[in-house]
Design a protein around this ligand. Structure first.
Ligand code: C5P
Length: 297
């Protein structure tokens, strides 16, 4: 290692994810659910700065949101612990600073992406040259969405979310995301899902076909999230945001993950800007973003 009293600092962008579609197939013996989801990375990101120096193995985390935990309950801090345990490297102090922009409890993978960014940053700082495949296996211990966030892009995610298959990139488009103040607990929403009672499932095969044919409207028409079927009664704003996006000519609109953020896809920048302006008058957490591809290894 190259320390000898120097500090090495790396800043990684931790991109948000959206679920273009989300299906829950069955409850498993281990308590998790078997998923089938089409995941997409977008340009909205947190900045994750990691600095390492010689020391006693401390991991210190700071962030710009007062209410987020800074100990092991924060995936970013936990990720550093897992990286050192797996790599067998010791004698390093790590300082992590999160500049958060991705809303928390939104279904946008903010915490997961911060964790994945810490793994990429430490891999660079410590010159360990682990492949993304190895980082993904570390990421599995941190949460179901963390393996996808290591590389991002457009993927089919199955199993708990850790079995990933790269898909053709989503054609370039404008994406308006809006999160109402209401937050939904992920485990609670999973408890409300009873797979045998689900009325509808997304046409995942059709979405994969549309991606292969670079058919943005075909993708948008197939966006569906089974969690929308089991939302609690106080979640009207999710339906309202969806209607507003569609009224503003979104090609399709859907909730991401276990919510509460909702997004719409647009092929026209002016219409996307208009939808953003309409929603931003009512909701604090609104973003006009676009899709991005995989992070280069
Ligand atoms: O893996 P992660 O910590 O992100 O999952 C949070 C919670 O979401 C789990 O404790 C579980 O209740 C639920 N979950 C699930 N099936 C999945 C992923 C998450 O039941 N595939």
């Amino acid at each position: 290692m190259r320390f000898a009293n120097n500090t090495i600092v790396v800043t990684e962008k931790a991109y948000a994810k959206l679920n273009l579609s989300l299906d829950v197939l069955r409850k498993r013996e281990d308590g998790y659910h078997e998923m089938r989801m089409v995941m997409q990375t977008i340009s909205l990101h947190d900045d994750v700065t990691v600095s390492c120096t010689e020391g006693s193995g401390q991991i210190v985390l700071k962030n710009n949101l007062k209410y987020l935990p800074t100990d092991d309950r924060n995936i970013a801090a936990k990720a550093a612990g897992v990286f050192f345990a797996k790599s067998g490297i010791g004698g390093v102090d790590t300082h992590i600073t999160l500049h958060k922009r991705i809303p928390v409890c939104a279904g946008m993978g903010g915490g997961s992406s911060d964790g994945a960014a810490v793994l990429r940053a430490l891999n660079q700082i410590l010159e360990t040259r682990f492949s993304f495949e190895t980082l993904r296996s570390m990421a599995q211990q941190l949460g179901s969405d963390v393996p996808f966030c290591v590389e991002g892009g457009t993927d089919l995610a199955q199993g708990r979310g850790e079995i990933l298959e790269h898909l053709c990139d989503l054609p370039d488009c404008f994406i308006v995301v809006c999160k109402p103040l209401l937050s939904i607990s992920t485990p609670r929403l999973f408890e409300r899902i009873h797979c045998e009672n689900l009325r509808l499932h997304p046409d995942t095969a059709g979405m994969l076909h549309a991606l292969e044919h670079r058919d943005l409207s075909g993708v948008a028409a197939r966006m569906y999230n089974v969690f929308e079927d089991v939302l609690p009664k106080n979640a009207e704003q999710i339906h309202e945001i969806k209607s507003e996006l569609l009224d503003c000519h979104a090609l399709g609109a859907v909730m991401t993950g276990t919510g509460s953020a909702v997004f719409g896809l647009f092929d026209d920048q002016r219409q996307a800007q208009q939808a953003y302006s309409v929603l931003a008058r009512k909701y604090r957490d609104c973003f006009l973003t676009h899709n991005i591809g995989r992070i280069p290894e």
